[in-house]
Design a protein around this ligand. Structure first.
Ligand SMILES: C[S@@+](CC[C@H](N)C(=O)[O-])C[C@H]1O[C@@H](n2cnc3c(N)ncnc32)[C@H](O)[C@@H]1O
Length: 278
């Protein structure tokens, strides 16, 4: 199949995507290379090169054309290069033959099953991993909407125990279980909704989910009327929303007793570390 790669400066990605997505019926993949992002379009319906150049406009750094394998497994393998997260973590694809060789001395997680969200290439996953790496609290941990289970796996690797993970999608539950096995960590993965269940009373919770799911989650957190914040987590890492929803969502977490300690805004996405207010 035809494949076009468009390299643009990271700061211009959202603006270019606004113009590309309406003309790319098969979607656009993003590969984050730090200061530069590569947008990849594949398939028979990719627009003509001149149209793509116009859509990229002045943000265009380079455009290259090629042919990708007809086998989706091959294409996926080619997409999954090591992802480096600030703080010394590397995420490797278990499929890539060079995985072991690419591992350096830092912390490494191998995602043998990437059939769910959370391979580290999305800014929300990367920001949540960074916030978790910086956390000096330990105890129980819940990954609410776990996808590949990458946040739970990092938590278990850092010494959190027990580590719980929940996702409504059976494919995510399977992926998280097999990824945990691949990394030799113990995680209890449950299929279900995040706003019910025992996970919310863990010491640290992470939820990289859409705004509506945060609303349901925050509604179930302990009210600030409990002076010691009993029942609430000692820290929450939240993401999955943009600046438009951030004030409302972080405001409702605050009303539930969790105040913003660190906020990361990256490529149109927000991630925040919340801790109990004093
Ligand atoms: C954006 S992905 C995040 C995956 C991973 N935690 C990460 O940070 O990359 C959100 C995940 O939450 C799950 N999810 C969304 N709403 C949910 C809900 N109400 N209950 C359980 N899982 C939910 C989705 O199936 C998806 O796997």
């Amino acid at each position: 199949v035809r494949e076009v790669s468009i390299r643009v400066a990271a700061g211009a990605v959202e603006e270019v995507l606004d113009r590309l997505l309406p003309i790319a019926p098969d979607g656009v993949r993003e590969r984050d290379d730090g200061e530069v992002v590569t947008l990849i379009l594949r398939g028979p319906r990719v627009p003509a090169t001149a149209v793509l150049k116009r859509a990229a406009g002045t943000a265009l750094l380079a455009l290259s054309e090629g042919v990708a394998s007809d086998d989706w497994r091959e294409r996926r393998r080619a997409d999954l290069r090591p992802v480096r997260i600030a703080g010394g973590l590397t995420l490797l694809s278990g499929w890539a033959a060079e995985s072991a060789a690419a591992a350096d001395t830092g912390l490494t997680i191998v995602l043998a099953d990437e059939s769910a969200f959370g391979t580290g290439t999305h800014p929300t996953t990367a920001a949540c991993l960074e916030l978790l790496l910086e956390l000096d609290i330990r105890g129980s941990f819940a990954d609410l909407g776990c996808g590949t289970g990458v946040l739970a796996i990092l938590a278990a690797t850092l010494g959190f125990e027990p580590v719980l993970a929940v996702d409504r999608q059976p494919s995510s539950v399977d992926a998280a279980r097999s990824n945990a096995r691949r990394n030799g960590v113990a995680i209890a993965v449950r299929q279900g909704e995040i706003d019910v269940g025992p996970e919310r009373s863990c010491d640290v919770i992470a939820a990289n989910v859409p705004p509506a799911v945060h609303r349901a989650l925050v509604a179930g957190l302990a009210a600030p009327a409990q002076p010691d914040g009993a029942g609430n987590p000692r820290a929450a890492i939240v993401s999955g929303f943009g600046p438009v929803d951030a004030d409302e969502l972080l405001g409702s977490y605050r009303a539930a007793g969790l105040e913003r300690a660190t906020v990361i805004e990256r490529r149109g996405w927000v991630a925040a570390l919340l801790i109990p207010g004093r």
